[in-house]
Ligand binder design. Structure first.
Ligand code: SF4
Length: 105
């Protein structure tokens, strides 16, 4: 499942109505579906997001529970747990499209 959204230069990314709806669906998948990713895959995805210039980071703690991706406005901690999610820049892929983590570019 791909992401789309508005790019924002600010530290807080306000999601569109479409993104909020998508987020609710994605959150329900993470909560109610059996785990489809290994801890290593989730950790690798988060490491990629942590280094990405499009992630909103806390100056002291880096990626937090509320950190978002500026491109899709998704909460990174949740997005990286969903097998059907993928990076809008193609840095990591959905599991159902091949593999959960793609090599860093
Ligand atoms: S999902 Fe992709 S674009 Fe967004 S913060 Fe993570 S690596 Fe960067």
């Amino acid at each position: 499942m791909g992401c789309c959204g508005n790019k924002s230069g600010g530290s807080i990314v306000l999601p569109t109505v479409k993104q909020v709806g998508k987020g609710v669906v994605g959150l329900s998948k993470v909560i109610f579906q059996p785990k489809q990713l290994t801890d290593a895959m989730i950790t690798e995805r988060r490491a990629i997001c942590k280094e990405c210039s499009e992630s909103v980071k806390d100056p002291l703690f880096g990626i937090t529970a509320l950190s978002q991706c500026r491109l899709c406005a998704c909460v990174i901690k949740l997005k990286t747990m969903s097998a059907t999610e993928e990076c809008p820049m193609g840095k990591w892929k959905a599991v159902n499209q091949g593999k959960g983590v793609r090599e860093r570019t």
